[in-house]
Write a protein that binds this ligand. Structure first.
Ligand code: 4AD
Ligand code: MG
Length: 356
């Protein structure tokens, strides 16, 4: 390595034939060796930044007087649709690994006020992309007595404040990983408010810029289509700055999403999209009306029985409230310009990978 050491004492503690690792090789080829990869300069820098970023999220929340809670990850309710649920037997009952702690955070608003958690979430993702993990670290928060505009400002402030904190703590380390990182700091702190586009405007943008739903057939997007991984990133590459994508159609969103007062077909929802990654935050105002919540369950074909504790929030005193979830590995992928979320993860869990 070209480094000379002057030692006044040394002792051999364990022999090593030299690590069978090439730091610059593709992350996928070295996932079996991840335990050794972590000893390298690059991987250890990623994990150091991850540790500091986690601290900065906590610092952000505590500076704003949130309380931290630890919801269970073994649950009997779905949050984000049945297709990505990991099922398991919990003694002799059916249970799932949680997709999101959101519902539990909502239950704590009446007693604690604003709350957050940093917990693992699980998604049985059947596709291999650069931004999907089967297990990821989910930073979630919930706020009471807010409206949709407050929510939009909350997610924007989160990104700007945490990014500033992270640069204050370890700017040089970040620049070492991503020489273009200062542009990110500049855009999130100086380009405020963030650009806002409605879901309908995003669909129009894709169709006007020949971003296809399916590049093979060159099929255009229709209202109600999901803008998936690749087209979302294409869109952000052209726009070049973070976007708050707002007001998704009701049929695209889960039972808990609140309808827009001026258009009952749309919801008070927002995804935060960033260049190079796409969605890093999913967020919404929540249905706070008892009857409307039951309609939401019916719309999704969910039996409300196991949600009695969630429904009770609308029965025994309710307030307007909203919250969000941010994927920590996706935030790091953006900040450090990583080719994939796998590099942001200690030991990634993916389809066909549950080791080391
Ligand atoms: O958009 P999602 O599915 O929203 C929720 O789970 C809400 N219940 C959160 C809330 O409002 N409290 O997920 C939120 C974020 C995404 O924006 C993304 O950053 C991350 O979680 N995420 C994943 N990260 C890695 N791998 C996956 N498979 C992910 N699925 C979601
Ligand atoms: Mg989402």
């Amino acid at each position: 390595m070209g480094i000379e050491l002057q030692a006044d004492y040394w002792e051999l503690m364990g022999e090593s034939p030299g690590l069978p690792i090439n730091q610059d090789a593709n992350v996928d080829t070295q996932l079996d060796e991840r335990h050794l990869v972590h000893r390298g300069q690059k991987a250890s820098a990623h994990m150091k930044v991850r540790s500091i970023v986690t601290q900065c999220f906590r610092d952000h929340f505590f500076s704003k007087h949130y309380h931290e809670v630890c919801p269970p990850t073994l649950v009997q309710t779905q949050v984000e649709g049945g297709s990505t649920l990991f099922q398991l037997k919990f003694f002799d009952e059916d249970a799932f690994l949680t997709q999101s702690s959101q519902l539990y955070l909502e239950t704590m608003l009446p007693s604690l006020g604003d709350v957050f958690c940093i917990a693992q979430s699980y998604r049985a993702e059947k596709s291999l992309t650069q931004r999907h993990l089967a297990e990821y670290t989910h930073i979630e928060a919930e706020r009471a007595f807010i409206d949709f505009e407050d929510l939009l400002q909350t997610v924007e402030e989160l990104i700007a404040d945490v990014t500033q904190r992270v640069f204050d703590k370890c700017g040089d380390l970040i620049r070492l990983c991503n020489p273009e990182a200062d542009k990110i700091l500049e855009v999130v702190t100086k380009n405020r408010p963030f650009k806002r586009m409605t879901y309908a405007e995003c669909i129009k943008f894709c169709n006007e810029h020949n971003i296809y739903k399916d590049p093979k057939t060159e099929e255009h997007f229709k209202h109600g289509d999901d803008i998936t991984d690749a087209p979302e990133r294409q869109m952000l590459q052209i726009i070049g700055v973070p976007v708050l994508m707002i007001k998704f159609p009701l049929e695209m969103k889960a039972f808990y999403a609140k309808k827009c007062a001026d258009d009952l077909e749309l919801t008070e929802t927002v995804d935060v999209l960033v260049p190079g990654v796409g969605e890093i935050i999913g967020s919404s105002m929540r249905v706070d009306n008892y009857q409307e919540l039951l309609e939401g369950f019916e719309r999704e074909g969910i039996d409300p029985k196991s949600y009695y504790w969630y429904i009770d929030q609308r029965k025994f005193g309710t307030t307007s409230h909203g919250g969000y979830g941010l994927g920590l590995e996706r935030y790091l992928m953006w900040l450090l310009k990583l080719p994939s979320v796998k590099q942001a993860c200690l030991y990634p869990r993916l389809m066909y990978r549950c080791k080391p």
